[in-house]
Design a protein around this ligand. Structure first.
Ligand SMILES: Nc1ncnc2c1ncn2[C@@H]1O[C@H](COP(=O)(O)OP(=O)(O)O)[C@@H](O)[C@H]1O
Ligand SMILES: [Mg+2]
Length: 265
């Protein structure tokens, strides 16, 4: 895996509020966990009308790491997230999630619904909270559906709401929350099953600068705390400087580069 420049930033950069780039290698337990994508391809349709949406996608995200995925409209970002989320089937290549191969020229696991439910958290641009459930039950719903006792599911949900500073809104309805609060609840919901992977599609687009950075700060903290690998699809200039590593996607091909890794603590 490529590593960003480990040398500390110049004193001028540090004065400008940028973090020194310190690379912490993943813990041995986390090695091989996270996400690994190799030679992934996706063709929609066939014959004359076929569209090769992904031509060569190679990507690794360590457990505990947040990477940015940036590319123009039509470059394949949504297709890639849908493949990773087991919503559509790739055409070739390999994908490993949380240390387990899930696709190797074909799905290698049988229960894709369980994969989506237990191992992948989604955060979207709009929070998509369920309007007739209060905040606590919005977050507790997934573990309840997965068969956890209600009390345990709510306890877990509450712990995450506390970590995200929205526990005081636990009994409010989604419509009573601000946009920033709703997005934090959506992040709590994505994290509640402690999935090894979170896929975030433009999670900060509707937010102002301070709240956008707040969301990224929380995602970084959650990644470290739960050893989660997080991919953030974005073209939000406010948050791009925070990534240490960025994958650019253009015409179905990925290119990796070091990001600024600006401190947001
Ligand atoms: N269901 C589909 N059938 C055929 N072509 C598709 C489909 N979905 C996306 N595409 C095409 O695949 C390419 C990548 O699209 P997409 O992954 O949505 O890109 P992005 O999210 O970066 O805008 C585009 O050329 C798009 O038109
Ligand atoms: Mg898209």
């Amino acid at each position: 895996m490529a590593i960003v420049d480990p040398s500390p930033g110049s004193s001028a950069q540090v004065e400008a509020g940028r973090a020194q780039r310190v690379d912490v290698p993943p813990s041995p337990a986390a090695q091989g966990a996270g996400i690994r994508i190799e030679g992934l391809r996706k063709r929609y349709g066939s014959g004359d009308t076929a569209v090769d949406a992904l031509k060569q996608v190679d990507m690794t995200v360590a457990a505990g790491e947040v990477v940015g995925l940036i590319g123009p409209s039509g470059s394949g970002k949504s297709t890639l997230l849908k493949c990773l989320g087991a919503v559509i089937e790739p055409s070739a290549g390999r994908m490993t999630l949380g240390g387990e191969m899930i696709y190797d020229g074909g799905w290698t696991i049988r229960d894709l619904r369980a994969l989506r439910r237990d191992r992948i958290g989604f955060v979207f641009q709009a929070p998509y909270l369920i309007p007739f459930l209060d905040v606590l039950d919005n977050v507790a719903l997934l573990p309840m559906l997965a068969g956890r006792p209600n009390a345990e599911a709510r306890q877990r949900a509450m712990a995450l709401l506390e970590a995200l500073d929205v526990a005081h809104r636990a009994r409010a309805m989604p419509s009573q929350l601000s946009g920033g609060e709703q997005q934090r609840v959506a992040i709590a919901r994505a994290l509640v099953s402690h999935p090894p992977v979170i896929l975030a599609d433009e999670p900060t687009a509707p937010l102002d600068s301070e709240r956008a950075l707040g969301v990224i700060r929380i995602l970084n903290r959650m990644a470290r705390e739960f050893d989660t690998a997080i991919i953030v699809v974005t073209h939000d200039e406010k948050i791009i400087p925070t990534f240490r590593r960025i994958y650019h996607i253009r015409d179905g091909r990925t290119h990796e580069e070091a990001g600024e890794g600006r401190s947001i603590e």
